[in-house]
Design a protein around this ligand. Structure first.
Ligand code: SF4
Length: 431
């Protein structure tokens, strides 16, 4: 039985117990969330060294790091290095988006090495294999697509992005809409090309029950991808995006009925003042299913700094109820990220997630800040480093310019906290 089926029967699985401990919540709360679809625990029965991780209502906002080769660059060692960097920096999940080199071997090695849930977009492999076999993605057979999904599931992938909501009706909306950046989802683009060439409905939509059967067999979580996500502010929250979301909402219901865990992917590029509305729309249409946003990036002009534009959107989204943030690295829109880009992206997204958790009232979130502020007031530099997201950076920057006193070199002898403490003569708050 899947986690969802067990939870509906009132059973708290071992994964639920682990998540309850991690989140400092009761197993009953997690079990009820899994049962009603507001919490997911992506945990493939064949991913043996996995430490389960919960995503959803009332839990800490989670961060995903995308790794993987491109057709131009990358090898197994580089990707395993990125995996280690992502986990060391606190990523809760990783997605292997490899499209170059031996993608089957890379995915196998990543699953073996990863203690965090691993996600994939199976149509990438199916598309590449179709090019190798038939000369073009559009020649891919439906059986070949489902064979790759089944291969990923049986190899231990914990969640798969499947763009089931990219239907002919959504494509019609896209054509009528007129966009600046049309389609920016790779998986969405593969499918749209296939559907238009073959004059067929999306096989992931038409044969959704077949997908549900595979997911159920290995307890794979479906991540309903947003092939119509806006890739520029000008295209945000348009009719194509909403058409796809309405279809996805219905597919969430069908997944729940089949006992399959499911989450929903979202934008993309959004102006700041549309972020909250997008979260509310998803939560309402998808009946509280966990929401997984890609950024969102709140401006199109941050190239080189898109981990910052993504973190700004991510913080607003998390505060509004988003459950899961896909990181954005400084290399976004420019090149394949390297391990240092992965580090910057994970840390930026973790800041966004934590900022959201403070607003959500997640257990333990604000206490972390109080501890940091107390250490700051006490001029306890080692404790500040220990509590920071990047202790090594904290120590390095602090020691860059030394100060004669206990304060840092920013204000030196005129440290406001030191000066005022002398006269206030009160002790620091205890946390
Ligand atoms: S010297 Fe200035 S910046 Fe440094 S701890 Fe004191 S008040 Fe803060």
């Amino acid at each position: 039985m899947t986690q969802l089926e067990l939870a509906r029967k009132g059973v708290a699985s071992p994964q639920i117990e682990v998540v309850a401990q991690q989140e400092r919540l009761t197993a009953e709360y997690i079990q009820q969330g899994v049962a009603n679809g507001t919490i997911i625990i992506p945990a493939n029965t064949n991913h043996t060294n996995l430490i389960p991780c919960g995503i959803g209502k009332g839990l800490k906002t989670k961060v995903n790091a995308n790794i993987g080769t491109s057709s131009d660059f990358g090898n197994i060692d580089t990707e395993l290095g990125k995996l280690k960097m992502a986990i060391d920096c606190g990523a809760d999940t990783v997605m292997d988006l490899s499209t170059g080199g031996n993608i089957v071997a890379i995915l196998r090695d990543i699953i073996t090495a990863s203690s965090v849930p691993v996600g994939t977009v199976p149509i990438y492999q199916a598309g590449i294999e179709a090019i190798n076999r038939h000369g073009a993605i559009v020649k891919m057979s439906i059986d070949e697509l489902f064979a790759v999904i089944e291969e990923h599931a049986s190899n231990g992938v914990d969640f798969v992005t499947v763009h089931c909501g990219v239907t002919q009706s959504a494509i019609a909306r896209l054509k009528n809409q007129g966009r600046v950046t049309d389609v920016v989802s790779r998986g969405g683009a593969f499918l749209i090309g296939w559907m238009l060439y073959n004059e067929c409905e999306n096989p992931l939509y038409e044969y959704y029950d077949r997908l549900l059967e595979i997911a159920k067999a290995f307890d794979v979580t479906l991540s309903l991808g947003d092939g119509m996500r806006p890739g520029s502010l000008a295209d945000a929250t348009d009719r194509a995006q909403i058409e796809e979301l309405l279809i996805i909402g219905e597919l969430v219901d069908r997944a729940h009925q089949a006992g399959v865990q499911v989450m929903v992917e979202g934008p993309g590029h959004l102006p700041l003042n549309q972020v909250e509305a997008n979260v509310q729309l998803q939560k309402s249409i998808c009946k509280g299913a966990p929401f997984y946003v890609l950024g969102p990036l709140v401006t199109d002009v941050g190239a080189g700094y898109d981990h910052i534009t993504g973190a700004i959107g991510g913080a607003i989204a998390a505060a509004a109820g988003t459950d899961f943030l896909c990181y954005v690295t400084p290399a976004e829109h420019l090149s394949l990220p390297d391990p240092e880009d992965v580090k910057q992206g994970v840390i930026a997204s973790r800041i966004a997630a934590h900022a959201g958790d403070i607003v959500k009232g997640v257990k333990g979130a604000i206490e972390w800040d109080v501890k940091m502020s107390t250490a700051r007031k006490q001029l306890d530099w080692e404790e500040q480093a220990r509590l920071s997201l990047n202790p090594e950076l904290s120590r390095r920057v602090h020691s860059k310019h030394t100060s004669v006193g206990a304060a840092c070199s920013m204000c030196g002898a005129f440290c406001a906290m030191e000066l005022v403490e002398k006269y206030l003569d009160i002790s620091s708050p205890k946390c």
